[in-house]
Design a protein around this ligand. Structure first.
Ligand SMILES: [Zn+2]
Ligand SMILES: [Zn+2]
Length: 449
């Protein structure tokens, strides 16, 4: 499919990016608007509307409401491959504490009436603003490429529902509503220095399964524990026993995690409650090891309850899950080669390890077994790019891993990307990667060569 060299593709990208300074103020304004108005997963109505407007202004054919608040923008530009680029746009229930002038003060009301602060603490606002900028630039220089660009603006990444919902709504069905992509690309900001770009073929993100476990006991007066089955004690024993799954059961060569992230039971010192609720996340690099982790977790949870004479077995509910992200080796190598031509060598830092986080981008590359889309699996690649201010990064000591651990991290109240260099590099990476697969137009017969 691809005959042009990465250097030639990078050469076209440089021409497209000549106008980056002209569009960067609009990209930055969009970023600050999204950042100040974050919305929780599944509730991104305003954000989706802003994105749809931007895509329409860039000349794309826009379809809103795909799998919930998903937006698809299509730029058809003659014969050639279909290249899809995905950016997510949901935020997190965190109270921002960055002190930035455009910091979020947003508060969301949940279905149960409770309120939570909301913050773009994962940088999805960066992804979305940069993708809109890249689309604008590519739309303005259509004489430099041929094919179809599909923008996938995806909601509900943090809840791992958005990709599945958009696919279930026919995103890759190829039935005429949207063109079926030949390749799907995405990027995620990282807490390395702004400007850095990180690639990794193969495993890029872990698989994830999140559970809610309700342990049933029977309540009593706190001074009469012999009349109860104390679910607090059962929960404590369960949590300790669960620590042996990764340390004693799984092969030490496997990268696995089991974390009990939340524990809730009881209301007062002198009341033994009737139940305790744990929330657990499992991470691993294959479906086989995830099945092993889940089976061990279920065995322990049920076994401890039975040993503790619980009146009935615990309820184990799978809340959310995603597959591992596996980057196609050829696609990743080609994107990397174009980026390596565009960026200084000091900015190109390949990832030495997979991310222990998870990403529902995994579903776009899922083998076509019919669960998520029909037909053969579409090759995918997702790369990472830095967002930390250079002075902060340079002042820290240690190797890549140690420095990352010292930066204000994502999913914390303190994540404050150095926005202009990060947005700039985010547009550059996207334009380069898209043109890696969207070839130069073939001159029509009779045109000067
Ligand atoms: Zn996140
Ligand atoms: Zn994220």
């Amino acid at each position: 499919m691809v005959t042009e060299s990465p250097q030639e593709a990078a050469g076209r990208a440089r021409v497209v990016l000549n106008d980056l300074d002209l569009v960067l103020p609009a990209v930055d304004a969009l970023y600050r608007d999204l950042h100040a108005n974050p919305e929780l997963s599944g509730a991104e109505a305003r954000t989706a509307g802003v994105i749809a407007e931007r895509y329409a202004a860039a000349g794309l054919a826009v379809t809103p409401g795909v799998g919930g608040h998903g937006v698809v923008g299509v730029l058809a530009n003659g014969a050639g491959p279909v290249v899809a680029v995905r950016a997510d746009f949901d935020a997190l229930p965190i109270a921002e504490d960055t002190g930035l002038p455009y910091a979020s003060t947003a508060v969301a009301t949940r279905a149960d009436g409770t309120t939570v602060p909301v913050m773009h603490a994962c940088g999805h606002d960066l992804h979305t603003a940069s993708l809109a900028g890249a689309a604008q630039l590519l739309g303005a220089r259509r004489e430099l490429w041929s094919g179809t660009l599909v923008l996938i603006a995806q909601p509900a990444e943090e809840s791992m529902q958005g990709a599945k919902a958009m696919l279930a709504d026919g995103l890759f069905r190829g039935d005429g509503r949207f063109p079926r992509p030949d390749v799907v690309l995405a990027q995620h900001c990282a807490i390395t220095r702004a400007g850095m770009v990180h690639h990794r073929p193969g495993l890029a993100y872990s698989a994830c399964r999140n559970f809610r476990i309700t342990i049933h006991g029977s309540g009593a007066h706190g001074a009469a524990p012999h009349w109860s089955v104390d679910p607090v004690v059962l929960a404590a024993q369960t949590i300790v026993m669960l620590q042996t799954v990764v340390s004693r059961e799984v092969d030490p060569d496997e990268m696995t995690v089991l974390t009990v992230g939340s524990v809730h039971a009881g209301t007062r010192p002198n009341i033994i409650p009737a139940e305790a609720v744990l929330e657990v996340t499992l991470r691993g690099t294959s479906e086989a090891v995830m099945d092993q982790l889940q089976a061990a977790m279920e065995r322990i949870v049920r076994g401890v309850a039975e040993a503790g004479r619980a009146p009935r077995p615990p309820d184990i509910e799978l809340l959310e899950q995603t597959l591992p992200v596996r980057n196609d080796a050829d696609v990743t190598a080609r994107v990397r080669a174009v980026h390596a031509d565009l960026f200084p060598s000091g900015d190109m830092v390949d990832l030495p390890w997979p991310n222990k986080g998870s990403e529902d981008f995994a579903y776009y590359g899922e083998p076509g077994d019919g669960r998520y889309y029909a037909g053969p699996a579409i090759p995918v690649s997702m790369w990472f790019y830095g967002s930390t201010a250079a002075d902060l990064w340079d002042a820290a000591s240690g190797d890549l891993r140690e420095r990352i651990a010292r930066m204000p991290g994502q999913h914390t109240p303190f994540y404050a990307p150095d926005r202009l260099p990060t947005l700039r590099r985010g547009v550059e990476t996207l334009v380069g990667a898209a043109l890696a697969f969207l070839p130069a137009p073939v001159p029509a017969q009779g045109d000067p060569a």
